[in-house]
Design a protein around this ligand. Structure first.
Ligand SMILES: [Zn+2]
Length: 463
């Protein structure tokens, strides 16, 4: 058995592992490179990976950096099954169609320049039809039961608590009558995160791939973060202010709505108008509501105790562009939740442009903000932003909440690994910047005496 890494090795995007045995070849995730990683990996399809010879793909979860290269497989002749939980497949459909749309827009933009320079037009890497093909190849798996996925391989998916439907995967490989276990953590969620269940640890493994996004730090406790959220929103509402909340359409938007609904029901906040202005978040809401079996006991109790309709009567789901535009003249008290989460595109950019120059407006940042994004500039205290070509002064107050991470911090990553440590497996730390995984490796070495590998792109693990 051999595992080769084709992404998220020394970076956090482009997750992809190839498992090869004497009887089968399969991928675990095939994610897109984003941001700084993208520039380094211009060739999306690894040269020594022949999609026609693949038997299957396993998906840990639906984030673009784990599923974003899948349509390229279908285009290159892969017709086999793709296994994931039902929520993962539904959300991947959403995420990939959005990605196809952005790629088409990028290509159109680039082609205008190319036309002027007399160059031939370029095609986007994949389109909506390619996404349709790949989604048709998906097969639903449930949690906790081993399923045969290729000759000599079974896979068991367990809840990773990172996003709806997210999984860690336990792969049992049988070669020449002997069994080996390869464990793929996927992205591990924070314990006690609202809505989602806690990550399920695995007990046995010979080879373990563990994510390390926050391997060097712990997050602020979630209870404190929720209390801060309540205070910031409560103060703004008391001042009749407008709150702008850039949020990732899948995950963070639902968390914010859920917390507001809970606070409304408990009279911790007065009911005030809340606008969810993101078609993708609306589609994600519907998928969340279809899966009450995937949410944690606390959220389920909340849904069962009383009708949600009363808690959400001041929440408005904004579908059309015209409705979104009508929010330009919005006065407080009100909150607009819109994506993209880092304000690099989407409807939040319009709302910032129309409101961020007003001193009575609050901007509430609840997600990770990468270097160079407007969201990061706000966090760093910029006195103006350039939005859609316009220079807009920042007079709004900016509040940053750091405790809502979808990723486990260092302590919880170590806790996730603890039951596996008894088997003294080979451990590789992936999906993390170098400093983060070095810090995590040091803690694991000190606690368990296990030296973790810090593999680079193309690294191979033979068992
Ligand atoms: Zn993820």
């Amino acid at each position: 058995m051999r595992v080769t890494l084709y992404g998220a090795a020394g970076g956090v995007t482009g997750s992809a592992y190839l498992i090869e045995t004497t009887t089968a070849r399969l991928l675990v995730d095939f994610g897109l490179f984003q941001g700084a990683d993208e520039a380094q990996h211009r060739e999306a399809m690894p040269r020594d990976l022949d999609p026609r010879r693949l038997d299957a793909v396993l998906l840990t979860h639906a984030h673009l950096d784990h599923v974003g290269r899948l349509p390229l497989l279908a285009k290159a002749g892969f017709h086999g099954p793709i296994y994931g939980t039902q929520a993962t497949i539904q959300l991947a459909d959403l995420v990939l169609r959005d990605s196809a749309k952005i790629q088409r827009q990028d290509a159109e933009y680039e082609n205008k320049h190319r036309q002027r320079r007399g160059q031939p037009p370029i095609e986007p890497p994949y389109d909506d039809e390619d996404v349709t093909h790949i989604i048709q190849q998906c097969q639903t798996v449930g949690y906790d039961h081993p399923v045969p996925v290729a000759r000599g391989l079974t896979a068991r998916f367990v809840d990773a608590g990172h996003m709806l439907g997210s999984s860690s995967i336990d792969v049992v490989i049988t070669e020449n009558g002997r069994h080996k276990r390869a464990i793929f953590s996927g992205d591990v969620g924070s314990r006690d995160a609202p809505i989602l269940r806690d990550p399920v640890p695995l007990q046995e493994g010979d080879l373990v791939f563990l994510e390390s996004t926050y391997g060097d730090r712990d997050h602020r406790p979630i209870d404190q973060t929720i209390a801060e959220f309540r205070t910031i929103v409560g103060d703004a509402v008391a001042r009749r202010g407008l709150i702008l909340a850039p949020a990732f359409a899948i995950g963070r938007a639902q968390t914010l709505l859920y917390l507001l609904a809970v606070m409304f029901r408990r009279d911790e906040l007065p009911k005030f108008p809340v606008y969810l202005d993101s078609p993708m978040a609306l589609a994600a809401n519907r998928i969340y509501l279809e899966h009450p079996e995937l949410i944690d006991a606390e959220a389920r109790r909340f849904l069962n105790d009383a009708p949600l309709s009363e808690d959400t009567e001041t929440m408005h789901m904004v579908e059309s562009v015209a409705e979104s535009r009508a929010l330009n003249d919005m006065r407080g008290p009100a909150m607009i939740i819109a994506s993209s989460g880092m304000a690099t595109g989407g409807r939040i950019v319009h709302h910032l442009k129309h409101h961020v120059w007003q001193p009575d407006v609050s901007v509430l940042i609840t997600g990770f903000q990468a270097q160079g994004t407007p969201g990061r500039q706000l966090v760093d205290g910029a006195d103006h932003l350039t939005l859609m070509g316009d220079r807009v002064p920042v007079r709004a107050s900016v509040h940053t909440l750091n405790g809502f991470s979808a990723h486990a911090g260092q302590t919880d990553l170590v806790r996730w690994f603890a039951p596996l440590a008894d088997d003294r497996p080979r451990l590789a730390l992936t999906h993390g910047e170098q400093a983060a995984r070095e810090a995590l490796a040091a803690v694991i070495a000190a606690q368990y005496g296990i030296q973790a590998a810090l593999p680079d792109y193309g690294a191979r693990f033979d068992m």
